[in-house]
Design a protein around this ligand. Structure first.
Ligand code: DGJ
Length: 702
């Protein structure tokens, strides 16, 4: 059992990391340690009981409390804020007891209760020992006879070692421009990342990574290959918040959880509320090791369904937009099949009245003009061609010009006295409502039962406005959480009823990519941006936590582009290869080249999708970038290298590989020598690439 109890508290040990907490002299539940696993239990520091610092900063202000409530004269970010029925707005939590269980996973549950009010808070810790990851969540119960209002409830506060100086790595972006990495020093105050958009969003992503600040007095920073990194994420697809706080007394802590902005939850007598979970881990081996830890965990624990390679697909959106009909799609499908594509996806525009983005969302029946015999003939033809059939849907949305909206105008999020702000001419159905959820489950269940569909692309093309819940049965600000729970319910029910379907998550590209939806969707669309050089950079951003077998890339048409088809394919081959160009307009040579590249991708994709990723050179920082995917047994690897623009006389630096077995010997395509893994990793190989050229090379053990 990896949970150890000592005189003052608990030590949670994974294979190579440990986390310790306990009760200090004042009986306060206090964080003690998070870092490498130490040889002996006695090595872990006892819970700190710091002195205060004048009347302005009492001991509690200096104590790294594990889960502080809003109370007393401390001024740190609290994890929990509750207003009781009598108007009192603070929580005084005291330790009551703890239980340890070993099945199904080692779990520690620590119970805290308010000394006066009937409030119980349980801190839940679960260990994924082999993955070196810890999961935290919080359950709150009302044991009394009057309601209480929760105004903030975070999933965890992750404390970093005291008195260190740190940097925060996180991801920012916007629609068409996702996945940009930032790495910045943290200093006194709060750095807040969040979403208020009802989706995890293109703009920030609910994960963090922290390393030591090399410019400060303590320790070395991390890079891809080494250095200490503490990292975490929230499994949630709606409004979230990360608050990285550095106190005036050398304590750095990362609070993570539901966003408290416009949030409130009424907890009635006898009720309980449980937060989303936050996962976190530590490595001493840099950001690369952090990513590989996430990738294995996501592949083996988070993703739904059986482990299977994600197939090469074609999506006709970039080719035909809304202008779809049976003949055009059959024609594209025939070409797609001849190239070796395995899934044909019909995107937006297939349902009644959908000729542009101004109408018809909500009316999910095939358009009688475009598909006079329904979708069945197209699906049949796609199947005859040996491909799976995929369909685009956007269940959460409704167009004001639709039958659904005319029938149920109250089903959208809105305030009765305010205009309903449209984005892309659409409104958002209130998935917090059980009747809306039931309706969607029934509608899409019928669609999927009546048609042999193998793949669904679930899109979401706007963020929120007017978050009102007409006729809410309780506290209307619960909508933020109840909507997401409703979304999970609808998606979960459809997934359960149609287990053969592969689900792609899309929100205008990468607008809702998070560990919450990754439990329901097999893959996600990274972006609507089809420029491969941007794509490379975005892949670096998303690959910080998401593995290659979840990331779909486009190979699309770039009119007048200097980027060759080969370069575009090589970028797509770094994840799940997807095509989106107008295949009917491709020349015979282009189709032949595409067929050869698809065939090549099929031979390397088990390594790409299930291998270990080593980011060798960053496309966000260099015009010569490279990644390596190494098979789990290290007998093979696939190297991708890309050069964008560099001055003509530039000599490319040797590309030093990683992740090979230093003792074994390997060949690399195009290189005459056989060398040890150690040599390839220390000396590297010289590549000669011209501007906007790329290569894919197989590395093989001899
Ligand atoms: C946004 C998606 O990201 C695109 O790929 C496409 O599906 C459109 N929506 C369709 O409306």
């Amino acid at each position: 059992m990896p949970i150890f109890t000592n005189a003052t508290g608990w030590i949670l040990a994974t294979t190579s990391t440990a986390y310790a907490l306990g009760l200090n002299d004042a009986g306060v539940l206090t964080h003690c340690y998070w870092g490498p696993r130490l040889p002996a239990l006695a090595d872990y520091p006892p819970p700190p009981s710091p002195d205060g610092w004048s009347s302005f900063n009492p001991p509690a202000q200096l104590t790294p409390e594990e889960y502080p409530g809003y109370t007393g004269n401390t001024f740190v970010e609290p994890c929990l804020k509750v207003t009781f029925a009598d108007g009192v707005r603070n929580v005084v939590l005291g330790y009551v007891g703890a239980t340890v269980e070993s099945e199904p996973l080692p779990t520690l549950a620590i119970t805290l209760e308010d000394g006066f009010y009937p409030l119980r808070v349980t801190l839940l810790y679960r260990l994924y020992e082999a993955y070196d990851l810890l999961e935290r969540a919080v359950r709150i119960e009302n044991l009394g006879t009057e309601p209480m209002l929760i105004e903030r409830i975070w999933s965890a506060l992750w404390h970093l070692p005291q008195h260190g100086r740190y940097r925060l790595r996180h991801m920012v972006g916007r629609h068409m421009d996702e996945g940009i990495l930032r790495h910045e020093p943290l200093s006194e105050g709060v750095k807040r990342l969040e979403s208020r958009r009802l989706a995890s969003s293109h703009h920030h992503s609910p994960w963090f990574a922290v390393d030591r600040d090399p410019d400060a007095d303590l320790g070395q920073g991390a890079d891809e290959c080494g250095g200490e990194v503490w990292f975490g994420a929230l499994a949630w697809s709606g409004n979230w918040q990360i608050a990285a706080e550095v106190t005036d007394f050398g304590s750095t802590r990362i609070g993570i959880g539901l966003n408290d902005w416009d949030f409130a939850w009424r907890l009635d007598p006898g009720e309980a509320f449980t937060t989303p979970v936050s996962y976190a881990g530590y490595t001493a081996a840099g950001f690369g090791a952090m990513s590989r830890c996430w990738h294995t965990f996501i592949r083996e624990v988070i993703l739904p369904g059986e482990r299977q390679v994600q197939k090469v697909f074609y999506n006709s959106w970039e080719a035909t937009h809304f202008d779809v009909d049976e003949a055009s799609q059959v024609h594209l499908a025939e070409i797609a099949a001849s190239l070796g594509i395995e899934v044909f996806v019909l995107d937006d525009g297939w349902f009644a009245g959908r000729n542009d983005d101004t109408a018809a969302l909500g009316d999910w029946r095939p358009d009688p003009h475009k598909f006079p015999h329904g979708l069945t003939p197209l699906i049949r033809r796609v199947h005859e061609l040996g491909m799976a059939f995929g369909l685009w849907i956007e269940p959460e949305m409704v167009s004001p010009k639709s039958e659904l909206y005319r029938t149920h105008p109250d089903w959208v999020l809105h305030f009765a006295t305010r205009a309903r702000t449209e984005s892309r001419h659409q409104l958002i159905l209130n998935l917090a409502r059980p009747d809306v959820q039931d309706y969607l489950i029934a509608q899409f269940d019928r669609l999927l039962t009546e048609h042999p569909i193998d793949f669904i692309k679930w899109d979401m093309n706007r963020n929120i406005s007017e978050p009102g819940w007409h006729d809410a049965p309780g506290e209307p600000r619960e909508v933020w959480v109840r909507y997401i729970e409703g979304l999970y319910r609808v998606w979960g029910a459809l997934r359960e009823r149609h287990p053969q379907i592969v689900w792609q998550n899309c929100s205008g590209g990468g607008g809702r990519v998070d560990l919450g939806l990754m439990r329901l969707a097999d893959q996600f669309q990274l972006s609507d941006n089809i420029d491969p050089t941007r794509f490379l950079a975005m892949q670096e951003g998303f690959s910080q936590i998401f593995p290659a077998n979840t990331m779909h890339a486009w190979v699309a048409d770039l009119p007048a582009s200097h980027l060759s088809l080969r370069f575009r394919f090589h970028v797509g081959m770094c994840g799940i290869l997807g095509l989106g160009g107008h295949l009917a307009r491709w020349t015979a040579e282009e189709r032949a080249e595409a067929a050869a590249l698809i065939a090549q991708y099929k031979t390397i994709r088990p390594i790409v999708q299930f291998g270990e990723l080593y980011r060798l050179r960053s496309p966000q920082r260099h015009a010569f970038a490279a990644v390596l995917y190494v098979a789990p047994d290290r007998s093979e690897a696939v190297l991708f290298a890309f050069r964008t623009h560099l001055p003509a006389q530039t000599r490319l630096p040797p590309l030093r590989l990683q992740g090979l077995d230093p003792q074994r010997h390997y060949t690399i395509e195009g290189q005459p020598e056989v060398r040890s893994g150690a040599a390839w990793m220390h000396l590297g190989l010289d590549l000669h690439l011209g501007d906007f050229a790329s290569c894919v090379l197989l590395v093989r053990q001899v």
